[in-house]
Design a protein around this ligand. Structure first.
Ligand code: GLC
Length: 545
């Protein structure tokens, strides 16, 4: 096994806007995170991935960067950042930063220059289509009110491209000057001592810039037509040569391409591109009407086997772009919330790959429960609401859908304790706190040995103490069982068995293995059976003898 620190790490994602507010303006900040470093350390995790904290007009909560070498005012100052990094390193925690380089903010100086005239030296930093050529071939935008990724700008009679919102113009990676700017930014942060980069939306960075028309009906087929086009791998190899290879940093791509081959090309060590990627197929499975456990097993097993011999993936079921883990994949009713949270955590911590765990999921935080559009803040959710309105669609149906899937469900403030605003802020929170904070909060769970929080700590420790959970061979058992997920992990003569019941009723896993002499390493019930029988949402990890 090819041991690497980033393979053995557990990554904990901190969403800075919602983690802890120190100055009472209702927005989380760096000093707030600093005040909670001992909590983060107590989780036993190794790496923090921090969402963007750079200067930004916040059209997309920091994913629209206006200055890559400065800190967003809401979040604090560069001195705060230096103190944060130092505080993490003193505690043995590494820091991974988001690198948002598929696009910038339209308020970035590059874009201001670029749009000012067709001859400006920064013109080629972005994608422009001169209007005298006619309308550009349709491109879908993920966040635009009209789903249109081309925005007309009368100043130079041209359209610019934005796969995300109008305030997030796409950068032109074909321009070597732009690429060098990005490498310079990466070096700036790496020289400060950060430990890695998460490449935001990077599979979109390389495009076919002749902008051909896409076949009818395929205009929205993102993975096939928009991602991993052109010279993506060339850019990554250059980035690796110029930056990544020169520092002890890890790198992870958001997205693993369209095919396993793409995924491999991103992360195979001998290609010198990135360390790992995360594929979306697993996280996309959950739908308002539920999901098939057999399907979930197929997807995770397929990705595991494609990377078993070579390459490395990340394992996740939630992040800041998803609704809450327990509300989507588990059961957030009072009866099953805690136990199903623990079951899902067991799954994430016992798979091969590097687990990425989203803040608040260790408490079993749930979806927001918003019932009016006024409670939402997310640009994607709000623009889509406007669009649904414009086209005369069924708005109550849309509200129902976003109550299940809007990204804001995962962005409500972290629930620290039962005081006002969950102890997140002394001011007015930028987005409503989930009213269930009175019962679901970190302070209450600290005191309870059986809480989801303390279960998370135990299972992180189990993973850290057992390399078999990191590198061990994964084998799916009882594949056609519609209720349970069973697999073994094997390494150097040791064999573990993981049994998970994904349903709210008793179930049974038929593994054909003899459990009579097995020992239980961890489980979310007081007692576990020795015959594959599982209580609702039960999770057990056995060592087989
Ligand atoms: C990524 C981020 C998401 C952001 C988008 C545009 O998908 O995770 O939060 O909105 O890129 O930067």
């Amino acid at each position: 096994m090819d041991r690497k620190w980033w393979k053995e790490a557990v990554v904990y994602q901190v969403y800075p806007r919602s983690f802890k507010d120190n100055d009472g303006d209702g927005v989380g900040d760096l000093k707030g995170i600093i005040s909670k470093l001992d909590y983060i350390k107590s989780l036993g995790i190794d790496v923090v991935w921090l969402n963007p904290i750079y200067s930004s007009p916040n059209d997309d909560n920091g994913y629209d960067v206006s200055d890559y070498r400065n800190i967003m005012k809401d979040f604090g100052t560069m001195e705060d950042f230096d103190a944060l990094l130092k505080g993490m390193h003193t505690r043995g925690i590494k820091l991974v930063m988001d690198l948002v380089a598929n696009h910038s903010s339209d308020e970035h100086e590059w874009f201001k220059q670029s749009r000012s005239s067709r001859n400006n030296p920064y013109r080629e930093y972005y994608h422009w289509w001169n209007a005298e050529k006619g309308k550009p071939p349709y491109r879908y935008s993920l966040f635009d009110v009209n789903h249109d990724a081309w925005r007309y700008d009368s100043l130079t009679n041209a359209y610019y491209l934005h796969y995300f919102s109008r305030k997030q113009p796409d950068l032109n990676w074909e321009n070597p000057k732009l690429r060098n700017e990005v490498y310079g930014i990466m070096k700036f942060w790496a020289d400060k001592g950060i430990d890695g980069f998460r490449l935001d939306a990077f599979q979109f960075a390389a495009k076919d810039t002749t902008f051909p028309a896409f076949p009818k009906g395929f205009e929205k087929n993102f993975t096939q037509y928009y991602g991993v086009q052109g010279n993506l791998h060339g850019y990554l190899q250059e980035m690796n040569r110029e930056v990544l290879s020169k520092y002890n940093v890890m790198s992870v791509a958001e997205g693993a391409g369209n095919t396993f081959e793409d995924g491999h090309n991103l992360v195979d060590a001998d290609r010198n591109e990135l360390n790992m990627a995360y594929a979306f197929e697993g996280v996309d499975i959950a739908k308002p009407e539920g999901y098939s456990v057999i399907h979930l097993k197929q997807v995770f097993t397929k990705w595991d086997s494609a990377f078993a011999a070579k390459g490395w993936l990340s394992i996740f079921l939630a992040n800041h772009d998803q609704a809450r883990l327990v509300s989507r994949f588990g059961n957030d009713s009072p009866e099953f919330r805690a136990v199903s949270s623990k079951m899902l955590t067991t799954f994430l911590m016992t798979m091969r790959g590097t687990p990425y765990y989203y803040n608040g999921d260790e408490l079993g935080m749930t979806n927001a429960g918003f019932s009016t559009i006024d409670d939402y803040r997310d640009v994607q959710t709000l623009n889509e609401y406007q669009r649904q309105k414009n086209i005369g669609a069924d708005l109550p149906a849309y509200l129902k859908r976003i109550a299940f899937e809007s990204r804001d469900n995962g962005r409500t403030p972290f629930q620290w304790n039962s005081t006002a605003h969950a102890g997140f802020t002394t001011g007015t929170p930028w987005i409503k706190v989930n009213p269930n904070y009175k019962s679901i909060n970190a302070a209450a769970q600290e005191k309870d040995a059986n809480s989801t929080l303390n279960y998370f700590r135990r299972i992180v420790k189990l993973r850290k103490d057992n390399l078999i959970l990191v590198y061990g061979k994964y084998t799916l058992l009882d594949a056609q069982n519609p209720d349970t997920y069973a697999y073994t992990r094997e390494l150097n003569g040791r064999k573990l068995l993981v049994l998970l019941n994904f349903t709210g009723k008793a179930a049974s896993a038929q593994t054909g293995l003899d459990l009579s002499n097995a020992t239980v390493l961890i489980g979310n019930y007081q007692k576990s059976s020795k015959n594959g029988a599982l209580m609702p949402y039960e999770a057990v990890v056995y060592e087989l003898k």
